[in-house]
Design a protein around this ligand. Structure first.
Ligand code: HXC
Ligand code: NAP
Length: 292
């Protein structure tokens, strides 16, 4: 992993990553451990957490604490924060990364399907935020939140409506607390990633095997990104490390997009002109000059 911050940047710091046992959370855990942090992982699957902790410890030599909890359960999350504080001797940052998501036409969703995603993404983030925030206030200690959202939290997106609405709520939470809790020395920021390959996201959002080849091709996320590739985990790890660190001490309430230009590509009225070969521009220019 090619890390941007000086090694030891997180020496003496403990960072909680929800959903840190897999995917992007696991990569963030590795990066932060390499930068000297103690890392706490919180998610549902105890066995997955144990395996992740063993691998992280053997790869980095760092200290990993695990606590098995469903972030939908506020009391359990509070218990987890207490356990982490007691075991690690403190808590300095939280990455709200745990999420649930899948593609579906909205009209096919049951009430429980909606609740399931909203409760994990929005209420789960609220539960860790309340527990850690109140701990920092009681301790009169600063702290930092980084909330992982998505680009479609701002634009909206069909077929992932529970996720889009919940992540939009997380952005509102981010911007609200950035102001309200700044007086306690608590900074709150968010990251909006575009596509970064993970088993959890790819299996639920890009099930190519279920589609005919022409539609499967449309589903290829890299094809919609101006940089013509998906994100690399270390790029996200460097961003989250920066936002958790004191190097970003004056950044508060920001939502940083890291998507290779994807959402702007979709938004710009004339971006489709990328498809026009350069040799066609003489004819197009001649046509547009006629408008004089
Ligand atoms: C329709 C579905 C469904 C599907 C589940 N449900 N999957 N409905 N289509 N594909 C319905 C179920 O039938 C049930 O409703 C309700 O949703 C809850 O399902 P459970 O399986 O009981 O829930 P639970 O065990 O809590 O699991 C939550 C989950 C699951 C969200 C459904 O996928 C999960 O555990 N996900 C965690 C990891 C994850 O999603 N990672 C991807 C993050 S990527 P009924 O009515 O039948 O009871 C991301 C952004 C990526 O967030 C952006 C990329 C660019
Ligand atoms: P992932 O591997 O599926 O990560 C989701 C994690 O959340 C899992 O470790 C899961 O662990 C945990 N989790 C789910 N429900 C939970 C619950 N109720 N309580 C506690 N933990 C729970 O997917 P990912 O791609 O790395 O996603 C990580 C984050 O990035 C998410 O916030 C996602 O929305 C965001 N994101 C990802 C992409 C992408 O392209 N990958 C793009 C934009 C945003 P358990 O199942 O063991 O609980």
């Amino acid at each position: 992993m090619n890390l941007m911050l000086p090694l030891h940047s997180f020496q003496g710091k403990t960072i909680l990553i929800t959903g840190g046992g897999s995917g992007l959370g696991l990569s963030m855990a590795e990066g932060l451990l390499r930068l000297g942090a103690q890392v706490a992982l919180m998610s549902r699957n105890e066995e997955k957490l144990q395996k992740a902790a063993e691998k992280l410890t053997s790869d980095t030599g760092g200290k990993v604490i695990t606590f098995s909890a469903d972030v939908r359960d506020a009391a359990k999350v509070e218990e987890g924060i207490q356990f982490i504080v007691e075991t690690a001797g403190g808590l300095h940052g939280v990455v709200n990364n745990a999420a649930g998501n899948f593609i579906s036409p909205t009209e096919r969703l049951s009430a429980n399907a909606f609740s399931s995603v909203i409760d994990i993404v929005l209420k789960g983030t609220i539960h860790t935020t309340m527990a850690a925030g109140k701990y920092w206030m009681e301790q009169k200690q600063p702290g930092t939140f980084v909330n992982i959202v998505t680009t479609y939290a701002s634009t909206g997106s069909g077929y992932v409506v529970p996720s889009a609405t919940a992540k939009a709520g997380v952005i509102a939470l981010t911007r609200s607390l950035a102001v309200e809790w700044a007086k306690y020395g608590i900074r709150t920021n968010a990251i909006a990633p575009g596509p970064f390959p993970t088993e959890g996201a790819w299996s639920r959002l890009f099930p190519k095997e279920a589609l005919p080849p022409d539609l499967a091709e449309k589903m290829d996320p890299a094809s919609k990104i101006p940089l013509n590739r998906v994100g690399r985990h270390e790029e996200l790890v460097n961003l989250v490390s920066f936002l958790l660190s004191e190097f970003s001490g004056f950044i508060n309430g920001e939502v940083v997009t890291i998507d290779g230009g994807e959402w702007l590509q979709g938004a710009g009225e004339f971006n489709w002109l990328n498809a026009v070969p350069s040799k066609m521009w003489d004819a197009i220019e001649a046509a547009t000059r006629k408008g004089k």
